[in-house]
Ligand binder design. Structure first.
Ligand SMILES: NC(=O)c1ccc[n+]([C@@H]2O[C@H](COP(=O)([O-])OP(=O)(O)OC[C@H]3O[C@@H](n4cnc5c(N)ncnc54)[C@H](O)[C@@H]3O)[C@@H](O)[C@H]2O)c1
Length: 321
């Protein structure tokens, strides 16, 4: 089937394209950025993959791609992250909310060619951990995000629900938390991937948060997006994503252990304003069996990619202080 990936030049986008190709799927890529570095690093060779550059907000842009390439499913990852939404909430709303509406409109106007939309929601839809009490937080609870970014993601989940009821477009929204791996360099929670990079090149680095976090290795998340696009589910579904829940000091210890570089990484003892542990039993039930790379293995893989690029003089360290 032809799968359109929006935000394909981004971190999760590049890995999702790799995953789809390894499953034998045909892909079409789009992004406002023309920077193919992540795609090249993740895929090795971008070759002749169809890539259409443009702004998702622009009327008719996604619709044009859907028609030209007879797209059957859309994996929608293009978005502004928390700092970009904070700096410019109006533009953030255009990209994250209107952009998502454009994707659903393109599906609606495709004459039935687009069979489903899979989109990145986020664990940022949740409010502060105090709202939820003990134990892993289920999917359907009160959502009271404290950021514009989280509010836009809640809006997108509701948008998806409306498109199911009004136009019968099936959708899956996935809520990752702290995704890490090669290519992660945007957003506050990119600090875990950047700390691994800092250790590999022997630089000092401070992670801007503490407390418990759920570390999710990017290949597992990309796999989930791909499976969600290919599985025949109806309704407007939303799923929590869960990886390995660890404290930031435990993560630092693992990075030091894996890289052999001690004393370079510190952290701010300020927890992220969302619950760390989410209940992903519905994800396992409908999209499983899930791939769950342990934090140690994911950090090893990421450090090894960084080491390889560093040894060839190709590691971009501009995201390190
Ligand atoms: N990385 C995480 O830990 C994480 C966690 C939860 C949710 N998410 C969500 O997953 C998705 C992918 O995240 P990522 O880490 O790959 O982000 P990223 O910032 O690496 O990639 C986002 C991509 O969207 C593109 N984009 C931005 N504005 C655009 C526009 N107007 N038109 C077209 N493309 C545009 C960017 O150029 C970029 O390539 C996002 O929706 C994000 O909110 C990510």
């Amino acid at each position: 089937m032809g799968v359109l990936v929006t935000g394909a030049c981004g971190f999760i986008g590049a890995w999702t394209v790799k995953q789809l190709l390894s499953m034998g799927e045909e892909v079409v890529l789009t992004d406002v950025s023309g920077d193919l570095t992540r795609l090249r690093q993740v895929l090795g060779d971008v070759g002749e993959l169809p890539f259409v550059r443009g702004d998702i907000v622009e009327e008719g842009f996604i619709e044009g791609i859907v028609k030209k390439y007879s797209v059957e499913a859309i994996i929608h990852l293009a978005a502004f992250q928390i700092p970009q939404c904070r700096a410019d909430p109006v533009r953030g709303g255009m990209v994250n909310v209107i952009g998502t509406l454009r994707v659903f409109e393109a599906a609606k106007n495709s004459g039935g060619s687009v069979r489903r939309v899979v989109y990145a929601s986020s664990a940022a839809v949740f409010g502060p951990p105090e709202l939820y009490g003990e134990g892993p937080v289920p999917v359907h609870v009160v959502l009271r995000p404290a950021t514009h970014y989280g509010a836009f993601k809640v809006c997108n989940e509701l948008t998806a629900n409306a498109y199911w009821h009004e136009a019968r477009i099936p959708s899956v929204g996935l809520r990752p938390q702290v995704v890490y791996g090669l290519g992660r360099d945007v957003g506050v929670t990119s600090d875990v991937a950047r700390a691994i990079k800092a250790a590999v090149v022997g630089k000092q680095f401070k992670i801007r948060f503490g407390g418990l976090v759920d570390l999710q290795y990017v290949e597992d998340v990309a796999y989930l997006f791909a499976v969600a696009a290919l599985r025949d589910l109806d309704g407007a579904r939303v799923y929590n994503v869960r990886g390995d829940v660890l404290s930031v000091p435990q993560i630092i210890e693992l990075i030091e252990d894996v890289t052999g570089v001690k004393g370079h990484i510190s952290y701010e003892d300020k927890p992220l304003p969302i619950p760390a542990a989410l209940d992903d039993s519905e994800t396992e039930r409908d999209l499983g069996p899930l791939n769950k790379t342990s934090a140690r293995e994911g950090i090893e893989k990421t450090a090894s990619y960084f080491r390889h690029l560093h040894s060839r003089g190709e590691l971009d360290t501009s995201d390190l202080p």
